[in-house]
Design a protein around this ligand. Structure first.
Ligand SMILES: [Zn+2]
Length: 429
């Protein structure tokens, strides 16, 4: 897949629809964007089922198509990078096409539209919708950028289908090679290469896009807060200082299958017993080293109610404020011989970008809280690739994340869009 550009013309303000002329209140625009995609990978009549939007599925294609339509309605020039991420560009008059954007000149914002299984409405979509509406807000005010502004929809951020998070941004930046990614399989045995092909993306061109990455001067991801720090501080917005170091490990336990009724306890080799000790030891290690540890995925073989497990697979996720904390947890669990699957060191976001975000928040009357996050994001991948990057958090109502109960107040979402538009204006004036 080669980067493809379509749509050579940008709309003048006089050609924009009613929405871009500001006839609709910002809160209504946010609500309408969410409503437009609400039934994609989601049954609105069953709110507890949440959102199931996995990379390179038909649902994902519908979301990407919605993103294209929204970008084109704003007069943005569309581009798909060679890692499958979608970009909509608002180009200044002297830049003829995205490939002509000068190095380190563009300011971008966006997030992702895929979800975890039974996920919430806000994680990802709020950042994409806010970036689109921040641009709409600037257009409504008659702003003319002197540098390119981009809105991005990253592909496969959650890693729900192929097991590895941030595949779009990791491939874009070269953090993962194309070969590493294309061979990954989903639970049905379908590879990334096959999934791309099924959606009309040619896997042969899949890989890093250094030319596009080189254009970026700064990137900001707006995201719903994951946790519960802003509400107690009475702050509708937060600015991220960095991302905790984190990693995933695989642990296996051997047993011997036998009859659950006729095998005496003393004669059993039950793989689930070792697994149970491991889960409790991981919890204890996290408590002792001020970290968090989760065994969120387990597989028992043969997984029968009346069969003693012959094998257990467990996946451990560990995060801490510092790399030392993660290391200490893993050292304490060393007897289980955890095998590393991924490890991301601490990410420190760009101080200048954070200062500009704080100033943009203050301009809309908000004193934001500066805080780290324990969740991974595409923004962290870009930061680790050398792009000056920041994150803007919109207060969570209840601290819930990766569940259908994620929620943010519309008033806070409006402040997020306004702060983001102020930041983009400040960078591109
Ligand atoms: Zn997210």
């Amino acid at each position: 897949m080669n980067a493809s550009v379509r749509g050579d013309e940008q709309l003048g303000d006089e050609q924009l629809g009613d929405e871009q002329r500001g006839d609709e209140q910002l809160g209504d625009k946010i609500t309408r964007c969410f409503a437009e995609i609400d039934d994609i990978g989601h049954d609105p009549s069953d709110p507890d089922s949440g959102y199931n939007r996995f990379a390179w599925t038909d649902e994902d294609a519908a979301l990407r198509s919605w993103f294209r339509v929204r970008c084109e309605a704003l007069g943005l020039v569309m581009e798909q990078d060679s890692a499958g991420n979608l970009w909509g560009w608002w180009l200044p008059k002297d830049v003829a096409s995205p490939s002509r954007i000068p190095p380190r000149s563009a300011v971008t914002s966006g997030s992702h539209l895929d979800s975890v299984p039974h996920g919430g409405a806000y994680d990802g979509p709020l950042g994409v919708i806010s970036a689109l509406l921040a641009i709409a807000e600037l257009r409504r005010r008659g702003f003319r950028p002197t540098r390119s502004i981009g809105v991005v929809c990253f592909s496969d951020e959650e890693g729900a289908r192929f097991g590895k998070a941030c595949l779009g941004s990791r491939t874009l930046t070269g953090a993962h090679s194309a070969d590493q990614v294309l061979g990954l399989r989903d639970s049905a045995g379908v590879t990334v290469a096959e999934a791309l092909g099924a959606q009309g993306v040619v896997p042969e061109g899949y890989g890093p896009d250094r030319e596009l990455l080189e254009r970026l001067a700064a990137h900001v991801e707006l995201h719903v807060e994951q946790g519960y720090a802003l509400a107690p501080a009475r702050a509708p917005l937060g600015v991220a200082t960095g991302i905790w170091p984190h990693g995933r490990w695989h642990v296996t336990f051997a047993g011997e299958a036998n009859h659950a009724g006729t095998t005496p306890l003393a004669m059993r080799r039950d793989a689930s017993i070792g697994l149970a000790h491991f889960v409790l030891d991981a919890r204890r290690a996290a408590e002792e080293h001020r970290a968090v540890a989760t065994v969120g995925r387990i597989l028992l073989t043969p997984n029968g109610v009346n069969v003693i497990p012959s094998h257990a697979d467990a996946w451990l996720d560990v995060r801490a404020a510092h790399d030392d904390g993660v290391d200490a947890v893993l050292t304490q669990l060393g007897s289980y011989e955890p095998q590393p699957e991924s490890r991301t060191p601490a990410t420190v976001f760009d101080g200048g970008t954070a200062d500009r975000l704080v100033a943009a928040c203050r301009k809309v009357g908000v004193a934001p809280v500066r805080l780290p996050t324990a969740a991974g994001h595409d923004a962290g991948i870009l930061a680790n690739a050398g792009v000056p990057t920041g994150m803007l958090f919109v207060r969570s109502v209840n601290g819930a994340s990766h569940t259908p109960h994620e929620q943010a107040e519309i008033g806070d979402c409006i402040l997020g869009v306004l702060a983001l538009s102020g930041y983009l204006e400040d960078c591109a004036r």
